[in-house]
Design a protein around this ligand. Structure first.
Ligand SMILES: [Zn+2]
Length: 383
């Protein structure tokens, strides 16, 4: 009897433990089964909400679906992209932030979600947050795209030193040659320095740029203008001269400055030669006007070059300039001149080759489409 009693004492706890273990196993199986069953149910609920245009509830249902089944992050990515494309940026951000908050996401999916989040902020115009999200993509497969996007942000917000830094990183990684762009950033900084009255700072920046990036004509043209403002006409002539000697396509933009500098230091003959040589290669209206402004040795009529231009090119601008420069006895009635000038005005504009934006002045950075060097240095009539 004693032995039977001791079997009970040992057997009962063992049976209890075995039973408890069995029930735990059952519960785990049941939970896994339930999760698998809940996931499709949540999708269908989400889909139903989506079809009924109840998008908030749809997102909640999809989030629940992903929580129940961690392998369904693809659904979230699709949803995030969908919302971004629809312009519903707060919802896209919510989806991507939820993905990023998950501890079980793979590195590749985390980077993809981070990229999605950066695009959401970019599209929403939240540039500070976009910049922050893009920085986090350094070292990821999205690094190149993220740097280009950051470059666009810095250009838009006119943060030139930061833009120069990112352009350098892009150039080092072999993305493209950014040297001309770097020259533009320095020119923009020089323009800002000039507008703040820091003429010496602007001068140093432009001189350094001409020395370091000689193939970028903008710095040379701006330096010429600045030197003329500072009454340094001979230096201005020296700086602008190579543009004409090398027949740089942007030389017409410097023609008026060259003529003024030549007049200021008595070098009209040199300037006339430079302008005439260029004009013989390319019949530019700006170069023609600069030539006319210089006059000519013994020229009977200062407006004669316009007439010569007209014999080869049917130009309303040249015709209107020729009439406007007529001596008093040959002057056309003011109403006729006014009508001609107003007809010729649109032809004197510059036009962006990328987006067609027209402006009275030449832009190196299109205010319409943000493209660099997209304005040909010629008037609309010459295009
Ligand atoms: Zn444009």
């Amino acid at each position: 009897m004693e032995s039977d009693f001791s079997w009970l004492l040992w057997g009962l706890p063992i049976a209890f433990v075995l039973g408890w273990l069995a029930s735990r196993l059952d519960m785990r199986q049941l939970r896994i089964h339930n999760r698998q069953a809940q996931a499709p149910k949540a999708y269908f609920r989400g889909l139903n909400f989506l079809l009924n245009e109840q998008q908030d509830q749809a997102i909640d249902a999809f989030i629940e679906a992903v929580r129940n089944d961690p392998d369904t992050s693809e659904l979230h990515f699709a949803l995030g992209n969908l919302f971004r494309r629809r312009g519903e940026y707060d919802r896209a951000v919510r989806v991507h932030e939820h993905l990023l908050a998950r501890a079980d996401l793979s590195t590749a999916d985390r980077q993809r979600a981070q990229h999605g989040l950066a695009l959401d902020f970019l599209k929403a115009g939240l540039l500070d947050r976009a910049e922050d999200a893009l920085r986090k993509l350094e070292g990821s497969p999205y690094e190149g795209q993220a740097r280009l996007a950051r470059l666009a942000i810095y250009e838009r917000s006119r943060e030139w030193p930061q833009a120069a830094q990112v352009a350098e990183m892009l150039e080092r990684s072999g993305e493209a040659n950014f040297s001309v762009r770097q020259a533009h950033y320095r020119c923009e900084q020089a323009r800002e320095a000039f507008s703040q009255g820091d003429l010496d700072g602007a001068l140093t920046l432009l001189q350094d740029t001409v020395r370091d990036i000689p193939q970028a004509p903008r710095a040379r043209i701006l330096l010429g203008q600045l030197l003329l403002t500072r009454q340094q006409a001979p230096q201005c002539l020296q700086v602008l001269r190579p543009l004409f000697e090398q027949a740089d396509p942007t030389a017409p933009l410097a023609a008026a400055t060259l003529a003024k500098a030549a007049q200021a230091c008595g070098q009209e003959a040199l300037a006339r030669q430079l302008l005439q040589d260029f004009y013989d290669r390319q019949a530019s209206l700006d170069v023609l006007e600069a030539l006319v402004s210089l006059g000519g040795p013994g020229a009977a009529e200062t407006r004669q070059p316009f007439l010569q231009h007209l014999q080869k090119h049917a130009s309303l601008l040249a015709a209107s300039r020729w009439l406007a420069a007529a001596p008093a006895q040959e002057a056309v009635p003011p109403a006729v001149q006014k009508a001609l000038d107003s007809a010729a005005r649109p032809l004197a504009r510059y036009r962006c080759a990328a987006c067609g934006f027209e402006a009275k002045e030449h832009f190196w950075h299109c205010p319409g489409c943000q493209a660099w060097d997209s304005y040909p240095p010629r008037r609309v009539e010459e295009l």
